[in-house]
Design a protein around this ligand. Sequence first.
Ligand SMILES: Nc1ncnc2c1ncn2[C@@H]1O[C@H](COP(=O)(O)OP(=O)(O)OP(=O)(O)O)[C@@H](O)[C@H]1O
Ligand SMILES: CC(=O)N[C@H]1[C@@H]2OC[C@@H](O2)[C@@H](O)[C@@H]1O[C@H](C)C(=O)O
Length: 364
Amino acid sequence: MKHLYVGIMSGTSLDGIDIALTSFSPSAPRATLLGATCMPFPPALRHDLLALCQPGADEIHRAGVAGQQWARLAAQGVDELLQQQSVHPDQVSAIGSHGQTIRHHPESGFSVQIGAPALLAELSGIDVICDFRNRDLAAGGEGAPLVPAFHAWLLAAPQTRAVVNIGGFANLTLLDGACVSGFDSGPGNVLLDHWIHQHTGKFFDADGAWARGGQVIPELLATMLADPYFARSAPKSTGREYFHPAWLAHQLHSRQDNPADVQATLLELTARTIVDALDSCQPQAREIYICGGGVRNGALMERLQQLLAPRPVHSTAALGVDPDWMEAIAFAWLAWRCQTRQSGNLPAVTGARGERILGAIYPA
Ligand SMILES: Nc1ncnc2c1ncn2[C@@H]1O[C@H](COP(=O)(O)OP(=O)(O)OP(=O)(O)O)[C@@H](O)[C@H]1O
Ligand SMILES: CC(=O)N[C@H]1[C@@H]2OC[C@@H](O2)[C@@H](O)[C@@H]1O[C@H](C)C(=O)O
């Protein structure tokens, strides 16, 4: 039995494809990250993937083409990573490939991730496991978030703790002994990224510096916080279908605010909705660990620390998991769960009728 798995995640930020080579211990809940790489999207592919997140003409053809480009980039990354680690493809049990979400509609029972898994299997010579969300949806679940099951497997502890992923969207896991809850709290970086790009051409607000120079606009914050998604009870998940540029334009309506103040308000929205989501969980987490790109936003981390004080807020690095690779490692874990015919979802999180083995296998 081989214990090496490759996990591949390209999240809603559309910054690139994260790839993690991971080994799992069959006896203990332990995941060892052997190496990882990120393959940034070439601008044209990023543009095409972003366009596919909204309905548009000829989208089936465009999704077919973009999916293959995604698979070629992922296969190149896997090849480079394995060579760097002196690992032969035959030594890898499977690739867990999330693919790129282009539509997530749990209310209609489906979620679409593209990434040409057959081509990835062909190019890599490794079994590819993909389509992790639709079995949970078929069982009445949201199909997301899935990482809480991995957090529970790896990070459960006697004290109540929370793990918060801040990527394009933010999701949290509350670990309370054997009880696990989790859901998407709302936008993470997605609106911050959009707003800074629109005003400066930059892809993200490095360290939150631009937001730090602005002032929160209380009325705008109150309007955004009044969005019904935030008050909805779990299970719930969201994405670019809901929190998109038109959502922000609608919130701004005919306001003529200083753009840096809007950025400060969007950062406050992300922080407040994460804290409100944590506060809605019972019992309260006594320690909070953050992963995802949001860890690099110093202004956001400081605001979370202020709002959550005196509870400690750390990166998941404090638990021995590099915050940049948590999600990719989780998809390596989901591949292992599928291949060993173990369930991958948590019904208490997604709302599915029961535990299910997640994923579809494309043999090498
Ligand atoms: N130095 C930095 N300063 C501020 N923000 C940063 C920095 N580096 C990355 N980020 C933010 O992190 C985002 C990427 O995070 P991550 O890779 O976790 O998202 P993702 O996995 O694509 O999203 P999701 O978890 O929603 O699927 C970037 O879009 C950016 O907003
Ligand atoms: C549909 C989809 O791709 N959702 C992502 C997204 O990014 C964060 C959040 O929204 C989460 O629900 C999910 O990803 C992680 C990996 C999850 O399923 O746990």
